[in-house]
Design a protein around this ligand. Structure first.
Ligand code: ZN
Length: 446
């Protein structure tokens, strides 16, 4: 039996290369928030279901210029960095961390401040059409639990990480775990608290093993985190070969690549999500593929800190799991629409090359351009697969996580495929009318 029925036009990813368009359809959702079926106007029961839902007040009727899309899945976000989104992006990564990011994150020792920031940040994600996020917190248990609570309260599906950074050589004394033992103890405590919270809600809230990145962790911490990931069967998130500096750091300290270091400490699993990877070599990619580990592509952030463009098209062709993240605040926007656009723009620039003093034929990396359908897949079905969630698609059996978007008034005749392109290129926060998670409304534009 349907709980609610939506009547309108929807877009959903068919596969990595194709988007499906369905006009004037009914989407039926049961009480558990699962899509039970979709009906086209030629289906025999269409009129009956539409009328019954209307009479019972269970119908969500889209206006002529409104469209239904799946909610987005952001695989790499630093929630505590929200207050500084858009700041200091002209600095090199190390300066940006030491002069802006670490001092800001240190403030989350204050749980009241954490609550204020996280309340706003979770709301921002939802109001930008993001329904699931994999997030870094800070090293502070109470603040991280607050982030999880805010997510549950507001309805965001949340994967929350207690950050570990205990290496005195690469972290400031005011923002560091006191020892690897205390860092691991705090992580285990956090895992238990989130498990308790998860018991009390039907929503998704999952603790994530979170070594900040190889430079900030001692061998003891990395060893312990690998063991905790296995013991509790939890996802892992970190950064991997993000920049020339980070890629070079692992080689200097261990004599092997970042990927091999993570693998050595058992931190690459099919539940792992590693951000950036702009400097990964083909050997690294092979390892990631063998482990089933996902790369979170953060195209806006990479412009500032990546020292290169991730070859998304090549990675997809190899069979690597590559998905999308906003990387607040290495990226300035919580909007995955903006990141989808940047992913396409960056791939175009990778194809053409950027130094016009070089001969055209040698300037770029041929055939690197990705399509809108590719990028849409990364932000929806792809992200869901990485987190092993049945979301990201408007189809029977999937959770009803979606956004209703107001299209701009067309001034010329547009095909339904054109409408999709325009929505993806032009939708801003103010165009998102409402957002639902598991069939429950979690955001409505005022
Ligand atoms: Zn990051």
């Amino acid at each position: 039996m349907e709980n609610i029925v939506i009547h309108g036009t929807y877009f959903t990813s068919k596969n990595v290369n194709e988007v499906e368009f369905h006009e004037d359809h009914l989407i039926c959702i049961d009480r558990s928030g699962t899509i039970t079926r979709t009906l086209s106007p030629v289906d025999a029961e269409y009129s009956q279901i539409l009328n019954d839902a209307r009479q019972a007040g269970r119908l969500i009727e889209l206006k002529p210029n409104q469209y239904l899309l799946p909610g987005f899945i952001d695989l790499h976000v630093h929630a505590p960095q929200w207050p500084q989104a858009g700041l200091a992006l002209e600095l090199p990564l190390a300066d940006w961390l030491n002069h802006y990011t670490f001092p800001l994150e240190a403030k989350f020792a204050d749980s009241h401040y954490a609550r204020r920031v996280y309340q706003d940040f979770v709301h921002q994600l939802l109001s930008h059409g993001t329904t699931t996020a994999m997030m870094f917190g800070t090293i502070h248990n109470d603040a991280n639990v607050e982030l999880a609570r805010q997510s549950v309260t507001q309805g965001l599906r949340a994967f929350v990480g207690q950050v570990v950074m205990d290496n005195p050589e690469q972290t400031p004394d005011y923002y560091r775990n006191q020892s690897s033992v205390s860092a691991l103890h705090a992580t285990e405590q956090f895992i238990k608290e989130i498990f308790e919270l998860a018991k009390k809600t039907s929503s998704t809230v999952v603790p994530v093993i979170t070594p900040r990145f190889v430079p900030s962790c001692t061998d003891e911490a990395l060893t312990g985190l690998g063991q905790l990931a296995k013991q509790y069967d939890l996802p892992v998130q970190s950064h991997l070969s993000e920049s020339n500096w980070e890629h070079g750091y692992a080689i200097k300290r261990f004599g092997i690549h970042d990927t091999a270091v993570m693998d050595h400490f058992h931190l690459l699993t099919e539940k792992s999500v590693m951000a950036h990877g702009t400097q990964l070599t083909s050997d690294d990619l092979t390892t990631l593929r063998q482990r089933g580990t996902t790369i979170a592509h953060c195209p806006i952030s990479n412009v500032y800190f990546g020292n290169g463009v991730l070859a998304v098209k090549k990675l997809l062709a190899y069979g690597n799991s590559v998905r999308l993240g906003s990387d607040i605040s290495g990226g300035y926007s919580p909007s995955l629409y903006h990141n989808i656009r940047q992913a396409i723009k960056s791939s175009q620039m990778l194809t053409d090359g950027v130094d016009s003093s070089l001969a055209t034929a040698t300037r770029g990396v041929k055939d690197s351009r990705i399509t809108m359908a590719n990028a849409f897949y990364l932000a929806t079905v792809g992200g869901a697969k990485a987190l092993q969630l049945k979301v990201g698609k408007i189809a029977p059996g999937f959770q009803a996580d979606f956004q209703i978007v107001n299209g701009h008034q067309p001034l010329m005749k547009l095909s339904i495929a054109d409408v999709f392109q325009r929505l993806m290129y032009q939708t801003e926060q103010q165009d998102i009318q409402s957002v639902y998670v598991a069939g429950k409304r979690v955001y409505e534009r005022e």
